[in-house]
Design a protein around this ligand. Structure first.
Ligand code: UD1
Ligand code: CA
Length: 506
């Protein structure tokens, strides 16, 4: 069957009462994507087109979540059962009577396209009016039971609530996936009656009606029964998510990625881990995150839309969002990289460093305790511990530029907008409010004052030690009186007391 010969209808109008949640069931996330997303991808990857979704409960929210995806929506208000859901979409699929119709329950996030394709292949082989997917379960629970005739043909589906004790013992269940020939379906669809325990129009009754009309209905047994797990409760959703997590990790490991602990590693549907990259335990890779060859991430890291270059390392407890980390760069532990940041090749961002909308040049380092926001940092820059870019004046954000090879001494505040020129130095503890020309040294701090013998001369010292009642650090009035503060304005080489290390050295 050519892929273009299939159209799909996804049933997603139900309230999901058993979730006990205000949110529409199909919007509950599994592995970072709404349940419905998994189903949409499976039918699309199986080649179905067009794809129509029947919505009802919280229809606006469901439509909004899937806007712009090329899906058609049909409203079923109020939802009167799965058969009714197909009835309200009748005009839609009747418009393309030659295309086999896949009908899929929206609560099957574990569904794989391969399974749909196997079902479609069987449907084409047997040439029946309908083919359904069934599973043998040790505990068939609340699923619809598949009833077979003497020669093994599918005769009917009976819902658990309507089944006799004998029928309930049947272990083959209806997975909630069907392929229909449209003309045959249209012949019987109008005959559904809500005369059952739930007072609903059951799609499953179509099977018996087709048989009564002399048509054949085929069935394909799915190999992995877990794939047919319909999600009806929050606990079932958690189990499904666990299985999806393992499945995603297995696929990446098969292609050469190292996932140290698949059970605690979340890798979203669109996240990619290349061969020879290592993902350490308790790590979350979300959105369009890519971890490239030889890179390692974690443990306990969360990456959202991050691109981690080859051989880069993101160490323990980092949060990265919408950023690019260059090849062989090092980030963390405990780093926070915020959107629109870019870390250069072999650059280093260390512990308790936050970057926001910042470009950190190749080989540059911000190893400890810094906030760098709205900044452009050239290559080979060393940013000392405790450096803060003051990018916000209470109303507007302003940029900071630190040019190639500059050195920012520890505990400096760079008050933006400001530029530190190429190869310039900023002395430790400076508040830099004016641009620093290339090659210059800037000092923006009070000069240290030293009072020789001051401690012994303290009035309290004469009484035999510190006055325990006075505030810690307070000095007797007058002790500093007349201190030559004017000296502090004199900038000299001596003001830069410890010799600056060369940039690029740690
Ligand atoms: C259904 C099947 C059952 C099967 C099981 C597999 C029927 C009558 N029963 O039962 O045989 O074993 O799936 O998981 O079909 N929906 C609508 N409109 C409605 C009602 C439901 O769109 O009026 C949607 C729901 O959003 C859901 C799907 O159809 O995505 C299935 O509905 P649900 O109520 O979960 O059916 P089950 O009772 O699980
Ligand atoms: Ca269900």
């Amino acid at each position: 069957m050519s892929p273009t010969a299939v159209q799909a209808l996804i049933l997603a109008a139900g309230k999901g009462t058993r979730m006990k949640s205000a949110r529409a069931k199909v919007l509950h996330p599994s592995l970072g994507a709404p349940m419905l997303e998994h189903v949409v991808r499976a039918v699309t990857d199986a080649g179905a087109s067009p794809v129509t979704v029947v919505v009802g409960h919280q229809a606006d929210a469901v439509e909004a979540a899937f806007a712009g995806r090329g899906l058609a929506f049909i409203r079923q208000e109020p939802p009167l059962g799965t058969g009714h859901a197909v009835q309200v979409a009748r005009e839609r699929f009747a418009a393309q009577p030659d295309r086999t119709l896949l009908v899929v329950n929206g609560d099957l996030p574990l569904l794989r396209p391969q399974t749909l394709m196997a079902m479609l292949a069987a449907h084409r082989r047997t040439g029946g009016a309908a083919t359904l997917l069934t599973v043998e379960l040790d505990d068939p629970g609340a699923y619809g039971r598949v009833l077979r005739d003497e020669v093994g043909g599918v005769r009917a589906i009976v819902e658990e609530k309507d089944a006799t004790a004998d029928e309930r013992r049947v272990r083959e269940i209806n997975a909630g996936l069907y392929a229909f020939e449209v003309p045959a379906l249209l012949e019987v669809l109008g005959k559904l009656k809500p005369q059952n325990a739930q007072g609903e129009y059951y799609l499953t009754d179509v099977v018996g009606l087709l048989r009564a009309a002399g048509k054949t209905v085929g069935a394909v047994k799915v190999e992995d029964p877990r794939e047919a797990l319909g999600v009806n409760t929050v606990a079932e959703l958690a189990e499904t998510t666990r299985l999806l997590r393992l499945r995603r990790a297995e696929a990446l490991m098969a292609a050469g990625a190292s996932i140290e602990d698949p059970a605690t590693t979340h890798i979203g549907l669109d996240a990619v881990v290349e061969a020879d990259a290592v993902i350490r335990p308790y790590t979350f890779l979300e959105g369009r995150t890519v971890v490239r060859r030889g890179a390692s991430v974690g443990p306990f890291a969360r990456l959202v839309d991050a691109d981690i270059g080859p051989d880069a390392q993101v160490l323990d407890h980092c949060l990265l969002r919408e950023c690019v980390v260059g090849a062989a760069a090092m980030v963390g532990p405990f780093a926070h990289i915020r959107p629109e940041s870019r870390i250069g090749v072999m650059a280093k961002v260390g512990n308790f460093v936050e970057l926001k909308k910042t470009y950190l040049g190749d080989g540059s380092k911000a190893p400890h305790l810094s906030y760098i926001g709205d900044a452009t940092v050239g290559p080979g820059v060393n940013i000392g511990a405790g450096t803060i870019t003051c990018n916000y004046d209470g109303t507007h954000k302003h940029p900071t530029r630190i040019e190639a090879g500059a050195f920012i001494g520890s505990n400096s505040t760079l008050v933006a907008p400001v530029t530190v020129g190429e190869g310039a130095y900023v002395g430790a503890g400076s508040a830099v409010t004016e641009d620093v020309p290339a090659g210059a040294l800037a000092l923006g701090r009070a000069r240290q004052v030293v009072k020789p013998g001051w401690a012994a001369a303290r009035p309290s010292a004469a009484r035999g030690g510190a006055d325990k009642k006075s505030d810690a650090g307070s000095t007797p009035a007058g002790a500093l009186g007349g201190a030559p503060h004017s000296d502090a304005d004199k900038v000299s080489g001596a003001g830069f007391t410890s010799a600056p290390r060369k940039p690029r050295e740690d």
